[in-house]
Design a protein around this ligand. Structure first.
Ligand code: GLN
Length: 550
């Protein structure tokens, strides 16, 4: 249907058909990217239908990385993809879970906000969803909200969200669009692409009272015309509204691929927004080209604990770190070669850290708990002694401080109170405001979270890399460098090059350049601010040092 232009805010709901894990998040991010390229301002919203109030309490092995917004909200990793594709920060209202929605409804009920009515999923929970989406749009001031409804059609848990979208469409049909991201299998035994599961998924969506306007046909192969026609006729969608979305080498190719089927024209037409500029994707294209170029490689070892699940290496837990490394490598004209090194292995067999001599750079990402910790410390020691560029993120910084305290400052028993509460030298200790929270088992959303400023010390690697005096970075931690040890560590040669404005918290630790080419750790998570079109300065400094080592 061609819609009348209205002045209302636009919503594009993205729902999944057939199965999960086929790239609904990247499809949503790409839709956002394309609309931005047409001059519209966009907020992307992720709906996670689970009952966790946020993603912070979920195990990264099962659920992937916990992404942190400026506001401190702990979210699904899709929010990271959204920010990276859009090149802008998203707000706390741009993320919601069933747990969050239900919690508000129950709080409203306790506060008598429903005037004595019986409180029910429909209308109360559904209305709460609509209210949150409306607020997200208002707060962001965008023209269009692209809303990804997690899960697949037919799931029990996302039904209320789909119903909320249906009601929004009913009230303003010209302002609300539905995109289904579906999957077309090509069974090996048949060697033919099958449309039936998608037909069924659309029928199931119809059962909710919703008709998709656009179908994104994910598959291993491009969609041919015959199948396009077949889908069109059986799903009640115009053939040109069915977008072929075969597997691609890199997620960053996806928006460009969608444009082959003129997706941004279709979206604008459907939203009554014709007459916008031609898409400006030149910077993006340049970036995508850089991902395919580069003959020289730089070999980075990531020492962590969240990758081994059974026979599979799962790197989703570190997706922002991986992407941040890639952006900086591409912008330096090299290909990153990332290797997953098991901290548990190094712990069991400390001599095996010797293999690290073949790496151009070593990175220890964020983490929690005891598993593999001595292995990580052994790797850090090796990097320091052998002058291999080292970059430590959060736990990786804390462990770098411990290693320095133990082996250089002579505090043999140095440790973090996270692992050893009664250690003789608690060089890393719990933040005072965290003590009470842990005593009450108040784990959810209770760490030091989100964006905080740090002042940078002159003539340090950090200051040189950022090129400015003050930065704002995102945090997620409970422990910090113990102020009682700062003097001693500084005397032993460690430089705290980034500190909180009140000088209480050490945000960056590093070794002077004349001692080590790049030995630097951050209490914050710089990876959450790295974007394809603006690589993070500290990641770039690390990659440059790694290239130089090579
Ligand atoms: N476990 C450490 C802390 O709580 C580090 C956290 C992290 O790496 N995100 O402070």
């Amino acid at each position: 249907m061609i819609r009348r232009a209205t002045s209302g805010h636009k919503y594009i709901f993205v729902v999944g058909g057939v199965m999960s894990g086929v790239g609904k998040g990247i499809a949503s991010a790409s839709i956002g990217k394309l609309l931005t390229a047409r001059g519209l301002s966009v907020n992307l919203v992720k709906i996670d239908p689970y009952l966790n109030v946020d993603a912070g309490t979920m195990n990264p092995i099962e659920h992937g990385e916990v992404f942190v917004l400026d506001s401190g909200l702990e979210t699904d990793q899709d929010m990271g993809n959204y920010e990276r594709f859009l090149g802008r920060d998203l707000g706390a209202d741009d993320y919601m879970t069933s747990g969050m929605v239900y919690r508000s409804v129950i709080e409203h009920e306790r506060n008598l906000k429903y005037g004595g009515k019986c409180v029910e999923a429909i209308p109360h929970v559904r209305d709460e969803i609509v209210e949150r989406l409306t607020r997200a749009a208002k707060v962001s001031g965008s023209d269009v909200s692209v809303v990804e409804i997690g899960g697949t059609i037919g799931d029990f848990s996302n039904a209320l969200f789909i119903d909320a979208a249906r009601v929004m469409h009913l009230k303003n049909p010209a302002d609300v669009l539905f995109v289904m991201v579906s999957y077309l299998p090509v069974p090996g035994t048949l060697g033919e692409m099958k449309t039936k599961p998608t037909q069924n998924a659309v029928r199931e969506l119809n059962g909710y009272g919703v008709q998709p306007d656009i179908i994104i046909a994910r598959s291993t192969h491009p969609l041919d015309n015959r199948r396009k026609e077949k889908l069109a006729i059986s799903c009640n969608v115009q053939p040109d509204r069915i977008i072929s979305a075969p597997d691609v080498d890199s997620i960053y190719d996806v928006p460009l691929n969608f444009e082959r089927d003129k997706l941004s024209d279709i979206l604008l037409e459907e939203l009554g927004q014709e007459g916008k500029n031609a898409p400006d994707l030149s910077e993006w294209k340049k970036f995508v080209e850089s991902t395919h170029n580069g003959k020289k490689t730089v070999k980075i070892g990531i020492v962590g604990k969240y990758f081994d699940t059974g026979d599979f290496v799962l790197s989703d837990a570190y997706i922002s770190v991986i992407e941040a490394l890639k952006y900086s490598a591409y912008s330096e004209g090299v290909k990153p070669e990332l290797h997953w090194l098991s901290a548990k292995e190094y712990e069991k067999n400390p001599a095996s850290v010797g293999e690290l001599k073949d790496y151009d750079g070593i990175l220890v990402p964020g983490g929690f708990g005891e598993t593999g910790i001595e292995g990580k410390i052994a790797a850090i020691k090796f990097a320091r002694e052998n002058k291999i560029p080292y970059f430590g993120l959060c736990y990786g910084m804390q462990l770098m401080v411990i290693e320095y305290a133990r082996n250089v400052a002579g505090l043999k028993a140095a440790h973090t109170t996270e692992i050893h509460p009664k250690t003789e030298h608690p060089v890393i200790m719990i933040l005072p405001e965290q003590v009470e929270k842990l005593a009450k088992s108040d784990y959810g959303g209770s760490m030091r979270l989100g964006a905080y400023p740090a002042d940078l010390v002159e003539k340090t690697i950090a200051r040189e890399a950022y090129g400015k005096e003050t930065v704002s970075e995102r945090h997620r931690h409970r422990y910090e460098v113990n102020p009682e040890y700062i003097e001693q560590l500084t005397k032993a040669g460690l430089v705290f090059s980034g500190v909180s404005p009140d000088r209480r918290l050490m945000e960056i630790a590093e070794l002077p350049k004349k001692q080590h080419p790049f030995m630097l750790g951050t209490q914050f998570h710089p990876e959450f601010r790295a974007r394809p079109l603006s690589p993070h300065p500290l990641f770039s400094a690390f990659i440059k040092a790694a290239i130089a080592k090579k």
